[in-house]
Structure formats: C-alpha cells, structure tokens
Design a protein around this ligand. Sequence first.
Ligand code: EPZ
Length: 417
Amino acid sequence: MGKYIINGDKRLTGEVSIFGAKNAVLPILAATVIGNNQSTIYNTPNLRDVEIMKKILISVGCIVEKIDNIMYVDSRPLNSFIIPDDLVREMRSSIILMGAMLSRCKEVLISYPGGCEIGPRPIDLHLKALKDLGTEIEESHGFLHCKTDGLKGCDIQLDYPSVGATENTILAAVFAEGTTIIRNAAREPEIVELQNYLNKCGARVSGAGTSIIKIEGVEKFNDVKHTVISDRIEAGTFMVASAITGGEVVIKNIETDHLQAITAKLRESGSLIYNDSSSIKIVGPRKVNSIEMIQTLPYPGFPTDMQAQMMALLSIANGTSIISETVFENRFKHAEELTRMGANIKIIGRVAVIKGVKELTGAKVKSKDLRGGASLVLAGLAAKGSTEVDNIHHIERGYEDFDLKLKELGADIKKVD
Ligand code: EPZ
C-alpha cells in the first residue's frame, strides 16, 4: 500500500508548478466518447483515477494513448455500452460516463457506484435529470441499465448544485433534440472547463460558471485539442504546506481567480499572500491565527476538498476554530488521526471544533481518503519528530509526485512501498 515517512518541523521554501486538474480531466475524458472523434488532451495529470478512466475508455473500444501529460483518445471504434463493474467500484466518479454513453450509444449498463470514505454519495439527482431528458432506467442487482429512444432537451431544476449531476446532465444534453436548461447548476471551474472542451468539439453550451446552463443540441462533433486547467485543490494544498511550516513558497501555473476562498481564509489565519493571475506567493506566519468559522460550500464558497488541509493548519493555531462541513456527510475521518499527533479536535455531527495546540508531534497515522491523507502529510511537515502516513494510495489518486514536489521545497519526506 505504501507510506510516506516525514521528519517534520522544516520550513518549506522555493517554487512548485501545479499539474492539470483531476476533477476537470475526468469529465472531459468521459466526454471523449460522445463525438465519434479524436481528442488530444494536454496537461493531464499522472494519477490513479486518470489511469482508471483510461482503462474504462479502452474497455468500451476506444483507442487511448498517454505520453507524459498528453492523452490521445479516438472514440470512433467504440463498440460497447457496458462499463466494467470492477473499474466503477475503483472510481465512483465514473458515473459521469452515463450521460456521455447515452449521447453516443443511447444505452449504458453501469454498476451502482457505492458510497466511499466521505459519505454514501447518492446519485438521485443524476438519475432524475437523465429521466427528465427521456432515459428509461432499470435498477436491478446493483446495476443501472439506461436506454433512450432519443434524448429530448428540457428544463431541469437540480435540488442541489451537484457537480457530478451537472456534468452528467450536460453530457447527456449535447446531442439531445432541442434545448436543455439546467437551473441550480454547480458553478465550479471544472464545469466551465467541460463547457470549453465541448464547445471546441462543436457543442453549444453556455452559462457554465453560473447557476443556469443552456445546452442547445447539435448532431456531431469534430476532432479537438484541449489543454486542461490546473488543479486548484493541489494548489490550495501547497498553499497550506507553506502556511503550516511558516515557509515561503511560490506556486506557479495556476488560475489564482479560482483560489479566492482559500486565499481569504489563509490570510485570515495570518499568511501573507501576493499573487498575479497565474502565480501566488504564500509567506506562512510565525504563529497561525485561529479562524472563527470555516463553512464548506459549493463554489465559489470554501471548497470541501480543502477542509481537511485547513483542519491540519488550524490544529496549531492560537485559539479555537470551527469548521462546518455542509457538503459531505462524513468527511472528518482525518480528525482522529490528527489527534494522534497531538491535535485537540472535537467532532459534533458535521461540525469540528479545533482548539489550537502549541505543536504537533510525529506519529504513525493512516490515510482514510484522498484529502484527509493529504492533511496528515501537511501535519507531518509541521510536527516535531517523525510521522509515518500509511495507505498513501488514497493520496496518489489526486496528487502526482506529491513527495517529490514537497522534497524540492525542502521537506524531509520519503516514500516507502
Ligand atoms: C465532485 O464530487 C468532486 N469529484 C469531489 O472531489 C468534490 O468534493 C465534490 O464534487 C464537491 O465539490 C469529482 O469531480 C470527480 P457532488 P461529486 O455531486 O460530483 C450530494 C476530491 O477530493 N448528492 O457535488 O460526487 C452528495 O452526497 C473529490 O477530489 C446527492 O445527494 O459531488 C454530496 O453530499 C471528493 N445526490 C453533495 O451532493 C446526487 O445525485 C455534493 O456532491 C449527487 C450528489
């Protein structure tokens, strides 16, 4: 499973460049099956989840090649609408293939993606939207068999601005007859990125980034080349790495506009932050200030994917901070591991009360999920002594060369398989 061994209490300094966004490249790779065309995607990160999506595309007949950070997908030979069950279980976000496969094949068979470490992860909003567009869905034996005689555009009101449900609906609507309007759509930058890719293919999508998205159905796609935006959560994670070690780190190749909520909270906790449109410099404080309240919210609110990282930082703050996790049901598993490192954290339902301590001490801890695992690494960077973070396969789902990048910034970290 692999582990990181970190000797902490070292200031991070230097520059780090951010790779392509996992949560942007996954829906774009799903979209490559729609158009019976060739897609060349640049700046794709080397991550386990991207590898799984590549296996899925190959399993339905696509030609897929990846050289360094360039992914080539030719979906013309696609010959199956069955998504392999074992791969769906490995990566639940493969559910966004439903919309894309319905647009391409008018049929898809996919297993019900289970819950995961951060909650039950229901897909009711996805299914309701696909049914509104004219999909018949039969659920049996843990599988979803979806079929349509032809998707028809319509008005769809999402009960919650779900990122995945918004993406699935867009992917199902691009070839639908007529126009689809999605209201209460997710506004994440990754949705804008999906719109940009699809429109380069010849789709007619508008409004992404706002809560009302319009998709006018078209009949075919052309070949496309596209460069994926950088990963705002990887960037935020390195920002916290600088803040928690009192370091001075410049983060390059980012869209600083996507980091506003994270920047605001890091400033509130005492970091000095200077930025231009594509890079940001974080000078961590000698002593971290507590933050009265962080509430995770859909974009542009504070991202749930940065909650664990901020909990690590606030564990060594002056005073008591409160984090309210409003997006996922069970996303505090890292708290008990941080407590093993000396943190003083109380969980009451979906609220964490973090009473800052003078310092953390190294310990043996276990990653339970992607961002929680990253937060344990961040805590280890600041802790006195040696920290062993186990089950790092969770972390490698979302961070390419995490240890190597931290080492280049001066961290004493090594990976042990
Ligand atoms: C995406 O997950 C991201 N994953 C998550 O990142 C991210 O945390 C999340 O959006 C929120 O920003 C990818 O993009 C691959 P949601 P998604 O649908 O689409 C409930 C990471 O660490 N809900 O916006 O699954 C759901 O249970 C990952 O990179 C329903 O109730 O998120 C959750 O409580 C973790 N019914 C809330 O909405 C539905 O049909 C937000 O889920 C769908 C969702």
